[in-house]
Design a protein around this ligand. Structure first.
Ligand code: FES
Length: 254
């Protein structure tokens, strides 16, 4: 449908540009932090308390500290500036990039397509997600499977760390997997896997119950997307600070 013949880019008088700008700055800062930590290649493991940052889990190459490689060192040491997270990051990034919420967020914030409701976009043509490369957004369900597997590994790491006692790091690792779990469960694909393609909910009470519960979480998908993304960075920062000796872990039970 053609846009109404309005000369002005928008008739909105509120600060419609603030949400996309905030999103842009937030995603940029997190991307810079994540890139720095990925390529730092250090301070991802606290040997004393067995804290492993989720950004390096699973650690699968020969340069991983052996104790941090909970699932073995499957790959040889990576060349040049490459570090162990480059093996898992494509899956984590793929999951977030193809997420229904993040798509809305960066289409608005980074591509101005459109920047906000009732604000014209600068692009003259709209092809939606039917052509390459955006058709790849349909891979979201497969990234969901991969991210779920990585989440299980993060849960395993968090539980394993309790073997040395209980400290603030344990609580943070636990809170991190709880938030990541809530975000993953609230995924639209997860909701569809639980209750999609059914003609009669009444004939599938268990799936209907799961769909109902996931739908409640799904209502908070945006909040969970941000909370889990920020918290995973804070978890990583805490592990890095303890691993580098900058701060000591607050211990409750030794
Ligand atoms: Fe956001 Fe699946 S829709 S994670």
């Amino acid at each position: 449908m053609a846009r109404a013949e309005i000369a002005a880019r928008t008739l909105r008088t509120d600060r419609w540009w603030l949400p996309p700008l905030t999103t842009f700055v937030g995603l940029l800062l997190i991307s810079i932090y994540a890139a720095f930590r990925t390529f730092q290649g250090d301070f991802y493991w606290v040997d004393q308390y067995h804290y492993l940052t989720p950004m390096y889990s699973p650690c699968l190459t020969e340069e991983c500290v052996p104790a941090a490689a909970h699932f073995g060192q499957w790959f040889p040491a990576l060349p040049g500036f490459l570090t162990p997270p480059v093996i898992i990051i494509p899956f984590l990034l793929g999951f977030r990039i193809t997420c229904y919420y993040y798509r809305k967020a960066y289409y608005r914030a980074a591509w101005a397509s459109p920047p906000a409701c009732a604000v014209a976009e600068p692009h003259s043509k709209y092809t939606g997600e039917t052509k390459f490369p955006l058709i790849a957004q349909n891979l979201h369900r497969y990234f969901f499977y991969a991210a779920s597997l990585l989440l299980l590994i993060n849960i395993y790491d968090a539980v394993l760390a309790f073997g040395t006692g209980v400290g603030l790091g344990n609580i943070i690792l636990l809170a991190n997997v709880a938030l990541l779990g809530a975000y993953t469960l609230s995924c639209h694909s997860c909701r569809h896997i639980a209750g999609g393609r059914l003609k009669h909910f009444s004939k599938h009470p268990v799936r209907y119950w799961m769909w109902t519960q996931i739908s409640k979480l799904n209502n908070k998908h945006m909040q969970l997307a941000w909370a889990s993304l920020i918290f995973v960075c804070l978890t990583d920062l805490y592990v890095a600070l303890v691993a580098s000796g900058t701060i000591s872990d607050l211990r409750f039970i030794n």
